[in-house]
Design a protein around this ligand. Structure first.
Ligand SMILES: Cc1cc2nc3c(=O)[nH]c(=O)nc-3n(C[C@H](O)[C@H](O)[C@H](O)COP(=O)(O)OP(=O)(O)OC[C@H]3O[C@@H](n4cnc5c(N)ncnc54)[C@H](O)[C@@H]3O)c2cc1C
Length: 474
């Protein structure tokens, strides 16, 4: 009997657990245990709508326990703080101060990001002055602040809104882009847009970069880019933008920035939603002699090293360097998936200001990538349990990315940008001209995208509750 422990029940870990349970059906009496900090799964993409007050956070969540009970998976609500790879056990801490150890034969780390608000002075809703849509409580609080601002606008006030990235190395530009578009359209619908100046503040090297080095798509004989799309949209929406920008600090009234030219600027704001940079969840790895070996297992940001080629400069990094099986090279029974795995480098070009400040998006591992890597890791664990080598792959340089960026959440008159890329990480070894197959790339804005986005919300929540025929939903 094999014991598998999955830490984290987000897109990577929860989907990985469903896939593993299915793969091991009828193949022996194995034990799967999922350990997650919260009792609920959150469909994070819909937090964009929570942040504008158009959806309650509860609508993005479901209880994990009934799903795991149905499938015979053990579930522990707690935080893993230490991993003992030689002794094959993890330490779980509970909210009440208690703790316990859980043994494993195979371990999947799928803990997502730690929201590193501390990286920028004054950033974030807890100790700073800005809002966030990165967790259900943050998005709920953001909605109340936004609606408070709306009532001030209704009384005749004017306001400055800043939305974007809260640090020079932050990622998840797509979420902030969705939020700025939804805020714009919500204010238009309320007849208040003319009372507000909206600014997009971002570390992207180009508008429309989204941390994925932008996108090119064929339009007849023309090549249409995500830069053209974002530029056209911001022009139509009357949104100003400052890109190639690092946020240095924030106080109650102003955001202080530095850009790639080395210029220091200040922006006044009444309401700001800025995404923090991500680092890994704080988990320590300890060997059999009690030594802290975290730096051997993880990269400096704490993300778990897997089968990638690490250490290459951006210019030399290519498709074959991206991980395929998500297996840790030192401890072969440890896998990492989703945001928790260490990428070999960024997708977008990083640069330094004349003052030496690094400005460039860290590589996103989006929901779909998280699911695919969680699935590959789970199937590889199932192979190893049966005495085989890990053969299942889901390299970001060989798999597609699909992002439906909501702009206006309405059944009639809604709008979304549907962005498809293949592959996510440019792979010049395979596609010498663009690093991507342009016949498989698309960027379209329209109402169909809004329906698709809403359908994704319900389809994912259905699939991830393992309801009948869940496996048919990709
Ligand atoms: C506002 C927003 C909108 C987004 N929109 C999109 C979108 O439209 N499309 C898209 O593809 N992606 C989108 N993303 C990105 C997507 O949400 C992430 O890529 C995805 O959630 C990553 O999945 P994950 O499983 O790696 O991490 P998470 O989903 O963050 O899951 C990690 C889980 O691990 C748990 N955990 C953490 N540490 C521990 C610990 N020590 N012990 C136990 N449990 C722990 C956490 O509580 C959490 O449940 C969006 C992100 C944001 C913030």
């Amino acid at each position: 009997m094999a014991k598998v422990v999955i830490v984290g029940a987000g897109f990577a870990g929860h989907y990985g657990a469903l896939i593993l349970q299915d793969a091991l059906k009828g193949k022996g009496d194995h034990e799967i245990t999922v350990i997650n900090r919260h009792p609920k799964f959150t469909y994070i993409p819909s937090l964009v709508w929570v942040g504008v007050g158009q959806m309650k956070a509860e609508k993005t969540q479901f209880d994990l326990k009934p799903v795991y009970d149905k499938l015979g998976i053990n579930f522990i609500v707690g935080s893993v703080t230490e991993v003992y790879p030689d002794d094959q056990k993890v330490k779980v801490e509970f909210k009440d101060g208690g703790s316990k150890e859980v043994e494993y034969d195979y371990l999947m780390i799928a803990t997502g990001p730690y929201l590193n608000f501390e990286a920028t002075e004054g950033l974030g809703p807890e100790k700073g002055h800005t809002s966030s849509i990165c967790s259900p409580p943050h998005a709920t609080e953001t909605a109340s602040k936004y609606l408070e601002l709306v009532s001030r606008l209704e009384k005749g006030d004017r306001a400055k809104i800043v939305i974007g990235m809260g640090h020079g190395t932050a990622t998840c530009q797509g979420a902030a882009f969705e939020y700025i578009c939804n805020v714009h359209n919500d204010l238009v619908d309320r007849g208040l847009r003319d009372k507000v100046d909206i600014l997009w503040l971002s570390n992207e090297p180009k508008l429309g970069d989204f941390g994925i080095d932008g996108l090119e798509a064929k339009r007849g004989s023309l090549i249409y880019t995500s830069e053209m799309m974002a530029e056209g949209l911001f022009y139509d929406y009357g949104i100003d933008y400052e890109i190639q920008t690092h946020v240095r600090k924030i106080d109650e009234k102003k955001i202080y920035t530095e850009n790639l030219e080395g210029e220091f600027k200040e922006f006044e704001y009444d309401f700001a939603m800025l995404i923090p940079p991500f680092k890994a969840q704080p988990i320590k790895y300890i060997d059999k002699d009690g030594n802290d070996i975290t730096s051997e297992i993880c990269n400096p940001a704490g993300f778990v090293k897997v089968d990638a080629n690490y250490g290459k400069p951006y210019e030399e990094l290519d498709g074959p360097d991206w991980p395929k099986t998500y297996q840790n090279p030192k401890y072969k029974n440890i896998f990492a998936a989703g945001i928790a795995f260490a990428p070999p480098g960024p997708l977008s070009k990083p640069s330094k200001s004349p003052n030496g400040t690094l400005i460039g998006p860290a590589p996103p591992r989006t929901g779909y990538t998280a699911e695919l890597s969680g699935k590959a890791a789970a199937l590889n664990i199932a192979e190893m349990i049966q005495g085989n080598d890990p053969i299942h792959t889901a390299s970001m340089a060989e798999t597609p990315g699909l992002c439906v960026a909501s702009m206006k959440n309405k059944i009639f008159g809604g709008m979304a940008a549907t962005i498809a890329i293949y592959p996510v990480a440019r792979n010049y070894a395979e596609y010498p001209e663009y690093g991507r197959d342009l016949d498989m790339c698309a960027a379209e804005i329209g109402m169909a995208g809004a329906w698709f986005k809403l359908a994704l919300h319900y389809a994912f929540l259905y699939k991830l509750q393992a309801k009948p025929f869940w496996k048919l939903i990709p």
